[in-house]
Design a protein around this ligand. Structure first.
Ligand SMILES: [Zn+2]
Ligand SMILES: [Zn+2]
Length: 444
């Protein structure tokens, strides 16, 4: 019996190479066969389809006054569950809260239909950690619509999103419970509770569900989503302009004060988003008011950044703006780029036909185009040609204005080699880009 020895080739063919992993659905081109797989249907139902159905129901559901008032009140309660609870308490630990308030925030936050505290905070910490990159779950760099709602209604590759430490949340019993029973919490806080209040209170069960349940949640969702989209799109950047977050009063108005987002991204552990008293930040006001409750304050250890650090950031931004503006103006040739000329050469050049060279503060200026326009008359300026006119210009005869100093700097053509040079005290704006001026002090 012949014994066959498996050849190397046979071995290779018996262990086929592993098939390449299929691309995640989000990376595949959209086709008629796969489009529905690209959609996160649970999220789409909660943030698009149910609100649209609710909108349709409003056409046949009368809105009574008490239901309207309850809708507005519950809107603010559930919005505060997100801004004061999910965001400033759990995501950023800007302050500490006692059990009754934490229970209230976990309940009303669930009623805003934006996922569990744990899920929301993990995404939000990634958003801060990797702002404007692919690891930012709702990066505005992927489009305004994506940052607003697209990131939620589409199936995204979970491997792309940045990971963050949420161990503190995993040791918070309320967070763990709410995450584990999120479906029941949502049903109760978003729809059953507001409906029951309206039903038991004034007999408007259906209106309670449609307006206080469905439509109110839709408004809270859209308002919160504006923080991820609008607050990274419109407004000012008083503290840092290297990334997208911006401050705008309109965003603040629709988000209970979360619109001062440039400040927030710079100082995320500050319990305030607006730092000036008249800026609209009701979330901050409520957190503060809860700390004033006598005997059993519901909030404590409110964190704020030192105003010294805040003002440094603001000043640096102002400096950047000034530098940008400055670089658009003609300040004359930089001193470091001017040729160095001896006194004798200067005298020789100045004596040539048509030359109008004047030395002031160690710098040679060609004033030929300016002789006729000299406000002090041609004679005076001509008398300075070929001479050191420092004293004439800087006060010995007439102290020229700041504008004259600025204009003079645009006429620079060279630097005198001889003599001693010291730092120039006046008109430090002669140089572009941080160079310094020099004062001629040789007395020759
Ligand atoms: Zn942001
Ligand atoms: Zn934040």
């Amino acid at each position: 019996m012949a014994v066959s020895t498996p050849s190397l080739d046979n071995n290779m063919s018996s262990t086929p190479a592993p098939a390449p992993k299929p691309l995640h659905i989000s990376a595949q081109p959209v086709t008629l066969q796969n489009w529905y797989k690209k959609i996160n249907w649970l999220n789409t139902t909660l943030v698009v389809l149910i609100p649209l159905y609710g909108l349709y129901l409003t056409t046949s559901t009368p809105l009574t006054r008490p239901t309207l008032i309850w809708s507005i009140l519950y809107y603010f309660m559930t919005a505060f569950g997100i801004t004061g609870g999910y965001h400033r308490l759990w995501s950023h630990r800007c302050y500490s809260a006692r059990l009754p308030l934490r229970l209230f925030l976990a309940f009303t936050g669930a009623g805003a239909i934006q996922g569990s505290i744990r899920w929301w905070s993990a995404n939000h910490r990634a958003h801060h950690r990797w702002t404007d990159t692919m690891k930012d779950p709702y990066s505005v760099m992927r489009g305004l619509l994506f940052s607003h709602i697209g990131w939620m209604v589409l199936n995204n590759d979970p491997k792309v999103k940045g990971r963050t430490d949420i161990s503190d949340l995993d040791s918070d019993a309320i967070v763990v419970f709410q995450h584990k029973h999120y479906g029941k919490c949502l049903l109760l806080a978003a729809w059953v509770f507001p409906m029951a209040v309206a039903g038991l209170g004034w007999g408007d069960w259906w209106g309670g569900l449609v307006y206080v349940g469905i439509m109110r949640a839709c408004f809270v969702q859209q308002a919160t989503f504006c923080v991820n989209s609008l607050a990274h799109w419109i407004g000012e950047q008083p503290f840092d302009d290297r990334r997208s977050p911006r401050d705008h009063v309109v965003t603040a108005l629709v988000t209970m004060g979360e619109g001062y987002h440039n400040f927030h991204h710079e100082f995320p552990s500050d319990y305030r988003n607006a730092i000036i008293w008249y800026q609209y930040d009701p979330t901050k006001w409520l957190i503060y008011l809860f700390s004033l409750i006598p005997l059993y304050p519901q909030t404590y250890a409110l964190k704020t950044f030192r105003s010294n650090e805040i003002e440094k950031g603001r000043l640096q931004q102002q400096q950047k703006a000034i530098d940008r503006k400055r670089s658009t103006l003609d300040w004359g040739v930089s001193l470091s780029q001017l040729p160095v000329i001896s006194w004798d050469d200067f005298r020789l050049d100045a004596s040539k036909e048509g030359a109008a060279l004047v030395a002031i503060a160690g710098v040679i200026h060609d004033v030929s185009a300016f002789v006729k326009e000299h406000p002090g008359g041609k004679t005076l300026i001509k008398s300075a040609i070929g001479k050191d006119a420092t004293a004439l210009f800087n006060g010995g005869v007439y102290e020229h204005s700041n504008a004259a100093h600025n204009l003079l700097s645009t006429m620079r053509v060279g630097i005198l080699r001889v003599g001693r040079r010291s730092r120039f005290g006046r008109g430090g704006g002669y140089e572009v880009g941080g160079g310094q001026g020099w004062e001629w002090a040789c007395g020759c």
